[in-house]
Design a protein around this ligand. Sequence first.
Ligand code: NAD
Length: 247
Amino acid sequence: MAAITIPTELCEKLRNAKKVVALTGAGISAESGLATFRDAQTGLWAKYSPEELATPQAFIDNPELVWNWYAWRRQLAAEAMPNPGHQALVTMAEKVPEFLLVTQNIDGLHQRAGSTHVIELHGNIHRTKRFDDNQIVTDWEENGEIPPRCPTTNSLLRPDVVWFGENLPAGALAQAAIAAEECDIFFSIGTSSVVFPAAGLIGETLRHGGLTVEINPGETPHSSAVSFVLRGPAGSVLPELIQKTWP
Ligand code: NAD
């Protein structure tokens, strides 16, 4: 792919910005080897779509299947390494006076890259909670039962991620929405912008006249509305943007 030209005007605006929000999606982890939601699943899981597995009803119908799918993805996430796109956002946070990183990803790669304050809209695959009341559980007995059960209440355990049809963590969306409304620049990075309410955050910035930037090799429903489209992979576009803005 030909190198992306980063607009000089964008670099100037970013250098002078006081408040910046970056929303990331599965695409920023694609170059770490993690499949995006819309990539076909592979191996054992090829016959299932994520939409069939990532719901409370799927867990009720077949908790073992859903637990095993997440256990497989947890393993892939643990083996993956953050890429230059994740690292560029650590640098951006150091350069911008008020920077908020909001992610739809559940893989924990932003934190492993060194991002210290990350709003996780969809939870984190490395945490586990009780199915019955959503309380986080850190220890349980591995006795071969799948899914394992809470040693205190006997509830089935599940990953602490937001499934289709579930509410986002209290406060996380509100904080992200306020930041999106107040920011000078909103970056939408590696997200197909079709999963709401996360996909609606950029609308807060657009309504208040902030600058919006999409970083994605593919089109999204927001492509025609944003101020700048950087059509390329986050792992090369973001480092180039950082380099050109703060040489
Ligand atoms: P998505 O799969 O719907 O969209 C991924 C987007 O990334 C697409 O627009 C694609 O064009 C773009 N993309 C692909 N490679 C890219 C790259 N190298 N650089 C930049 N962009 C790239 O994912 P989504 O928008 O995050 O939303 C769907 C849901 O998927 C979310 O709820 C999220 O929790 C979940 N998800 C998370 C992970 C993860 O944690 N790594 C993985 C899969 C799905």
